[in-house]
Each structure stands twice: as structure tokens, then as C-alpha cells.
Design a protein around this ligand. Structure first.
Ligand code: THU
Length: 135
């Protein structure tokens, strides 16, 4: 396992994602998601899902966090945590996996958590052999 995030680091990300989740705009699905990612500098960027009446214009929490990181001038993610409520852990969707690949390598920690559950995996495990222009 490459650079597993420590438990205190996970707790920082979990708290940030949980707070972000409170801002979710999810009047259609009622499924609220918070995401927190840690960039290589150690900064934490958060996002929540932002739904839209067209449905198709909905943005996932992970991609909101990625956008926050990019506008802050950063481009390297080393861990991301996705926080949902009780129920099955909310795995990042396919588009979000690809969006994370743009800024993270296969060793990037992906943590999915709910108030009582937690699973740690990697981006490489979730999206093997991704499309990229990187060598
Ligand atoms: N959602 C996320 O925020 N992240 C994901 O990786 C999967 C889905 C959101 C989008 C939508 O607002 C709601 O969850 C139901 O699909």
C-alpha cells in the first residue's frame, strides 16, 4: 500500500467532507454528498453535489472539489474522501474517477465514508488503465 493516509488525516478529511455535505444542493435526488481532497501542498479543498432541474447539469461533489483545487492554482491530488449518509458507501461515479485521474496517479488514496463506515482504496483500483495523455 502506497502512502496510506493516517487515521488523523482521514479524520480531517472526513470532517471537511461532512461539513461540505451540509451545503449539498440535492432537491431532486435528496442524496447529499460531500467530498474533501488533499492536494500535494497539504491544502484541503471541498465540494458538495450541486443538482440542477435539468438533471443532466448536475455536478458531483468530487468534481466541485477538483474545480476548487484548480482555481486555487493546484494540480496534484494525493487523497480524496467522499462522504455520504447511512446506507451503502457512495463510490465515486465513473466521470468523477476520470476527473480525478487528470490530477492524480493510481496510488491516490480514495476513501469512502459515512457516519459509521469507512473504506480505503486507491484510484488505480477504481479506474485501472485510464485514458490519459500523460506518459
Ligand atoms: N453524486 C456525487 O456527488 N458523486 C458521485 O460520485 C456520485 C453521485 C451525486 C450526484 C447527484 O446529485 C446525486 O449524487 C445522485 O446521483
Amino acid at each position: 500500500m502506497i502512502d496510506p493516509v493516517s487515521t488523523p488525516e482521514i479524520e480531517v478529511l472526513r470532517a471537511a467532507a461532512s461539513r461540505a455535505r451540509e451545503r449539498a444542493h440535492a432537491p431532486y435526488s435528496k442524496y447529499r454528498v460531500g467530498a474533501a481532497l488533499r492536494s500535494r501542498s497539504g491544502a484541503i479543498y471541498v465540494g458538495c453535489n450541486v443538482e440542477n432541474a435539468t438533471y443532466g447539469a448536475t455536478i458531483c461533489a468530487e468534481r466541485v472539489a477538483v474545480s476548487q483545487m484548480v482555481v486555487a492554482g493546484e494540480a496534484d491530488i494525493d487523497a480524496v474522501l467522499v462522504f455520504t449518509d447511512e446506507g451503502p458507501l457512495g463510490m465515486p461515479c465513473g466521470i468523477c474517477r476520470q476527473s480525478l485521474v487528470e490530477f492524480a496517479g493510481p496510488e491516490c488514496a480514495v476513501i469512502v465514508a459515512s457516519p459509521r463506515d469507512l473504506r480505503v482504496t486507491t484510484l488505480g483500483a477504481l479506474l485501472p488503465e485510464p485514458f490519459t495523455f500523460r506518459k
